[in-house]
Write a protein that binds this ligand. Structure first.
Ligand SMILES: Cc1cc2nc3c(=O)[nH]c(=O)nc-3n(C[C@H](O)[C@H](O)[C@H](O)COP(=O)(O)OP(=O)(O)OC[C@H]3O[C@@H](n4cnc5c(N)ncnc54)[C@H](O)[C@@H]3O)c2cc1C
Length: 553
């Protein structure tokens, strides 16, 4: 596929050459750089590019030009390439024009001339805009293709893994697409195992697991060193928060994630209450931004690697991975979060992945256009899910065990749900049984107040019913409560006595566990406020306690 294009425009040859040189130096490997010294000529060039379906990612244009000002050029160019990012090169005197064009033509940024050094004044701005462009603009497709059936749990797992790791892929449903079926028949040699994943280099994988897929698509799965200052287990908001602060404050930091960065938040269709994003943002967007930030600051991130055990050998802490490797560190933060509770009713397990999903399973939503969908649960996550699915479904039925939504859901969401015509809320209701041959077809519902039953058609059911902590890896190492949530700080004191085995004179720090140097942050902690902002905040705070701890060892 042709590389996306950065077009730069300036009538002064010296400036134009300098911009071109700096752009090539940094972006040459991923982008084609085109330069022009005339606005009129550049407009003709982009007309031709459009005819060839070549993608243009960014215009970097001088404001002061004789025949067409930078703003006028961008105004014309955006009609041809509406998604391309628009950056103006300005002199001090052009400030007012630049500010005005933020509103008039949706200018993305204006840069002051001169931009030296480009590492500080040019590249960070353009990197940010281009990563935003890449994340939101679909390119002509020539990437990974996943062929399978909608009703296979394994196909769902593969799509979910790729989607949550922001690896673009094309879904080929072999029940609808005859060519895709032939493609699969040719390679599966009667075994008929699904999905079959086709890669652009011509290779294929049949029914791959997360680790195989991660390695194939180029995600980092192995640590580069045996020992780190700080290891963090779990790359949800708490782990990413800790990674950003740990790496930026000079700690050699490794973040280990078993599935995809972003954690539960990464599966949220829209987070509306995270500070600084007045329009809200999707969990995928938050995960992408936070991951890029943590990496840029120097964090190493392993994906598709599960930490299964923690061992203490003072003054070091060791983490064993599922592949048997052991990694050492001076301090450890557990941010392994929680996972959704499973629904125990006849038929549910058999149809999980075949119409029944836990959490928002956003990758599946588009498959249920104009079909009836059930959402089980009454907390905010269920409400957000219902609002998201309502965009696709003919009808969304929300099943809530309690007598009203107000006991468990924020008022802003209740208002949105009430205003959404195709959502119906059934209170006092529980799933009695689910039915379907190869895929979900209907649900039997019990009214827990009247004892009455009803069966309604359902193409999909998305379940949001509470959480179980991921603390198996520290069982018997640090203290947890009976449900498995990790105790930290003041929660470790019973009857004013320090935790068993605690030998230090000082008390455990705020987010420290019963083992000095092992910290816990986010949803995995007993008493955590299960919110993105608090998880991020705890991740950041835990790093300041890591520093205090490291001063003492
Ligand atoms: C659908 C949904 C919508 C939500 N919406 C909102 C919202 O709008 N606003 C809000 O404030 N909060 C929201 N929340 C809650 C919020 O997402 C959580 O409070 C937050 O994600 C907790 O962050 P965390 O980092 O503690 O844990 P998690 O997000 O659970 O992340 C933990 C990570 O650790 C990984 N992991 C677990 N065990 C291991 C292991 N052994 N080895 C390696 N990795 C491991 C997991 O794969 C996961 O990626 C929502 C939650 C859900 C499910």
């Amino acid at each position: 596929m042709a590389k996306p294009i950065i077009l730069t425009l300036d009538d002064e040859p010296q400036v134009l050459n300098a911009v071109e040189r700096d752009l090539r130096q940094h972006f040459r490997s991923d982008y084609r750089i085109i330069k022009s010294n005339s606005g009129v000529e550049a407009l003709q060039v982009i007309q031709k590019l459009k005819q060839r379906n070549d993608p243009v990612a960014l215009f970097l244009v001088d404001q002061r030009m004789p025949e067409l000002s930078g703003t006028d050029f961008l105004d014309q160019a955006r009609k041809i390439y509406p998604d391309a990012k628009k950056v103006l090169l300005t002199a001090y005197a052009d400030n007012d024009a630049a500010i005005a064009s933020i509103n008039t033509i949706g200018l993305d940024y204006y840069l002051m001339k001169p931009w030296d050094p480009p590492e500080e004044n040019l590249y960070p701005v353009l990197d940010d805009l281009l990563s935003d462009w890449q994340a939101t603009v679909p390119l002509p497709f020539d990437g990974i293709r996943v062929a399978g059936t909608l009703w296979s749990a394994k196909c769902h797992d593969v799509k979910d893994f790729l989607g949550r790791n922001r690896i673009p892929y094309q879904w080929l449903d072999i029940e609808i697409d005859l060519q895709a079926r032939e493609l699969v028949d040719r390679v599966s040699e009667d075994q008929y195992r699904l999905p079959v994943v086709f890669f652009p280099d011509g290779s294929i994988m049949i029914e791959p697991d997360d680790l195989e897929l991660a390695e194939k698509v180029g995600l980092q799965t192995r640590a580069t060193q045996p020992f780190y200052d700080l290891i963090i287990v779990g790359a949800g908001p708490a782990g990413l928060g800790a990674a950003v602060y740990g790496a930026s404050e000079g700690l050699r930091t490794l973040l280990i994630e078993k599935k995809a960065t972003g954690g539960q938040a990464g599966t949220s269709s829209r987070i509306e209450n995270y500070l600084g994003f007045p329009q809200g943002l999707s969990g995928a967007d938050l995960a992408r931004r936070a991951t890029a930030q943590a990496k840029r600051l120097g964090t190493e991130i392993l994906t598709a690697q599960q930490a299964i055990n923690v061992r203490v050998e003072d003054p070091y802490r060791y983490v064993t991975l599922a592949d048997g490797k052991e990694l050492g560190c001076r301090a450890l933060i557990i941010t392994s979060g929680v996972t959704v509770r499973t629904l125990d009713a006849p038929g549910v397990e058999a149809l999980t992945g075949a119409g029944i999903y836990y959490g928002a399973a956003l990758t599946e939503a588009a498959n249920y256009k104009e079909k009836p969908i059930i959402v089980v649960g009454g907390a905010n996550s269920a409400g957000q899910g219902a609002m998201f699915f309502a965009r696709y479904a003919s009808k969304v039925t929300m099943m809530v065990r309690g007598s009203s939504l107000s006991k468990s859901m924020s008022q802003y969401l209740i208002d949105q749900i009430q205003a959404q015509e195709n959502i119906e809320v059934l209170v006092n209701s529980e799933v009695e049984e689910s039915f379907g041959k190869n895929r979900l077809e209907s649900i039997k519902i019990k009214n827990n107040e009247t004892g009455e039953f009803q069966t309604i058609p359902a193409a999909a059911m998305f379940i949001f019913i509470g959480a179980v902590p991921h603390s198996e890896l520290v069982t018997g190492v640090v203290e947890t409560n009976r449900a498995g949530f990790i105790l930290t700080g003041q929660d470790l004191f019973s009857e004013n006595r320090k935790p068993e085995g605690w030998k230090l004179k000082r008390d455990p720090y705020l987010l420290e566990t019963s083992v000095p140097g092992i910290f816990a942050a986010g949803d995995i902690r007993q008493g955590a406020v299960r919110r993105v902002a608090s998880a991020v905040g705890e991740g950041a705070i835990s790093v300041s306690f890591v520093h205090q701890y490291l001063k003492t060892v």
